[in-house]
Write a protein that binds this ligand. Structure first.
Ligand code: ZN
Length: 181
């Protein structure tokens, strides 16, 4: 989920943009020298879940780049017209075909370097009948001892799982905020 979002051409007229600080602004922006359009680029939300079944958690093995073949929690980019909860549920359905009941928001992680904010909800699996979509090689339940820590796709997934197992050991699930720079 890391990619360059630098604007090269004006989305309005196609002219090559200039990168400069517009009047009354204080940051470099993509400014179109032809039509004057300023294309703002802001962080994107990645929404997902940490689905739990008994003492196991659900992970999906990615069938797409980046990090194809590595394990992740079901998550993806939030779409326009949906809430964070709806997006997290949708991604869980699309990637794992898993039926869940959302619990609380669990982790908010600023991935400053990628211009993303990752939000993970805890969720309770309603059954273990998974139907992975085309973006997933397999969806599988893991006990803590069997988590493929070295083959996790993203640092935010690792952080979220680490906090989950630490919290579970105490029986208290807080809400966690963290930053990756
Ligand atoms: Zn333009």
């Amino acid at each position: 989920m890391h990619f360059s979002r630098r604007i090269e051409h004006c989305p309005m007229c196609g002219t090559r943009v200039e990168h400069r600080v517009p009047a009354d602004d204080n940051r470099d922006r993509a400014v179109c020298p032809a039509c004057g359009h300023i294309q703002y680029v802001n962080p994107l939300n990645v929404v997902g879940t940490l689905p739990v079944w008994g003492d196991e958690v659900l992970l999906c093995r990615r069938n797409i780049e980046p990090r194809k073949g590595f394990w992740t929690l079901p998550a993806g980019f939030m779409e326009l017209g949906e809430t964070t909860e709806e997006g997290a549920s949708r991604e869980t359905d699309e990637e794992a075909g898993a039926r869940i009941e959302l619990q609380g928001l669990y982790a908010v992680i600023n991935v400053v370097s990628a211009g993303q904010v990752h939000l993970f909800y805890r969720a309770r699996l309603l059954d273990t009948d998974f139907h992975p979509g085309p973006e997933t090689i397999e969806a599988k339940l893991f006990r803590e001892a069997d988590i493929p820590w070295d083959d996790l796709a993203f640092r935010t997934v690792k952080m979220t799982l680490e906090r989950f197992f630490a919290d579970r050991a105490t029986g208290q699930f807080g809400m966690h905020c963290a930053d990756i720079r």
